[in-house]
Design a protein around this ligand. Structure first.
Ligand SMILES: Nc1ncnc2c1ncn2[C@@H]1O[C@H](COP(=O)(O)OP(=O)(O)OP(=O)(O)O)[C@@H](O)[C@H]1O
Ligand SMILES: N[C@@H](CCO)C(=O)O
Length: 320
């Protein structure tokens, strides 16, 4: 469920009037997603997405996200484009929450990942990184290497309830990553959460990316590592090197990576695994049993972390 804020039809109609998209015909809450309240709205000009920003998104970051989506759309990246109202503002207030209306992206996210999806994602991610190169605003990654220790400390006492010994293992991994994390790799705008449920496809062609609310300025290879972890491991935890090779080789056709990036990939992939392990652990520990949103399994990412700890070079990802 992801409709935290209920909107009345009169207030929504008044809000929509300002956007020059005709009158509101109907609207319906969207069940997917956990961060914000999303509605699909039908107006005389077709379907649009209405997002009401809930408390987990920092309001100060909203201009960055909306400007970024605008900038990327202008550069032919298919992503939700924020509409501007008659005064030229994308951000408004509806039912007491910050709110915006976006273009509707056609497509579905893949429930079963095939190699062709990974190939398409590689290309789309490369295009995103290139398109964002000159975006003038920078948002710090607030779930980056410098933030993991504090997050871990908040849930450390419960880590062993999830798996005996997990607390010590995560502590050792943090020590290692903090000591070795590279500072010299190419950076730019990254999506930082391009999981399958945020990438749409039509006829096995990528038709766009959504949910840019973790987007930030960070290491490009970190974004690739997040995707490799989310798309190239099978349900039983096995790594699928064919999918990884397709992801990386198709990315590389758009934005080639350096020797340093290749060499650092196993380390970066460990960091990317730890980041999602920690946020999932935090949610696991802090979500009440009766909550409607079920927390995701942190141990899925422990298996992924162990895989990357076991390999020596990026050759294991199908790279020469
Ligand atoms: N521009 C769009 N076009 C079509 N559908 C969209 C669009 N934006 C969002 N959706 C739909 O709304 C759902 C929820 O969106 P989103 O993933 O952004 O929610 P969230 O609550 O912000 O994020 P999270 O996935 O982090 O919980 C998507 O799965 C998709 O079905
Ligand atoms: N993609 C995240 C959740 C939303 O950010 C995860 O799977 O842990």
């Amino acid at each position: 469920m992801a409709v935290y804020t209920e909107v009345s039809d009169t207030e929504l109609s008044t809000f929509v009037e300002r956007f020059n998209i005709g009158s509101l015909l109907s609207y319906k809450g969207i069940a997917e997603g956990v961060e914000n309240s999303n509605y699909i709205i039908q107006t005389e000009q077709g379907p649009f997405i209405l997002t009401l920003y809930e408390k987990r998104v920092n309001e100060d970051d909203l201009p960055f996200f909306l400007d970024l989506l605008d900038y990327l759309s202008e550069r032919n990246i298919t992503c939700p484009t924020p509409l501007k109202d008659e005064a030229g503002h994308a951000l408004g207030v509806l039912a007491g929450r910050p709110a915006a209306i976006f273009t509707f992206l056609a497509g579905m996210w893949p429930r079963k990942i095939k190699p062709v999806h990974c190939a398409q994602l590689g290309q789309a991610l490369g295009e995103l990184h290139v398109a964002g190169t000159d975006f003038p605003q920078k948002r710090k990654n607030d779930l980056g290497i410098g933030d993991w220790r504090a997050l871990f400390n908040k849930c450390r006492d419960h880590a062993d309830d999830v798996m005996p010994g997990l607390g010590d293992k995560l502590s050792a991994e943090l020590d290692y990553l903090e000591a070795c994390w590279p500072t010299n790799l190419p950076k730019g705008i990254i999506h930082a959460d391009a999981f399958p449920d945020n990438v749409f496809f039509r006829d096995e062609k990528c038709s766009g990316l959504i949910d840019f609310y973790f987007a930030c300025y960070d290491i490009f290879a970190y974004d690739l590592a997040i995707c490799m972890n989310a798309w190239c491991f099978e349900k039983d935890g096995d790594f699928n090197v064919t999918k990884a090779r397709l992801l990386l080789s198709n990315y590389r056709k758009v934005r080639d990576f350096s020797r340093e990036e290749v060499d650092a990939l196993p380390l970066i992939a460990r960091g990317a695994a730890l980041r999602f392990l920690l946020t999932r652990l935090y949610d696991w520990v802090n979500t009440p049993k009766e909550a409607l949103v079920k927390p995701k399994d942190p141990l899925e990412y422990y298996k992924i972390l162990k895989f990357h700890q076991s390999i020596r070079t990026a050759g294991a990802y199908g790279l020469e």
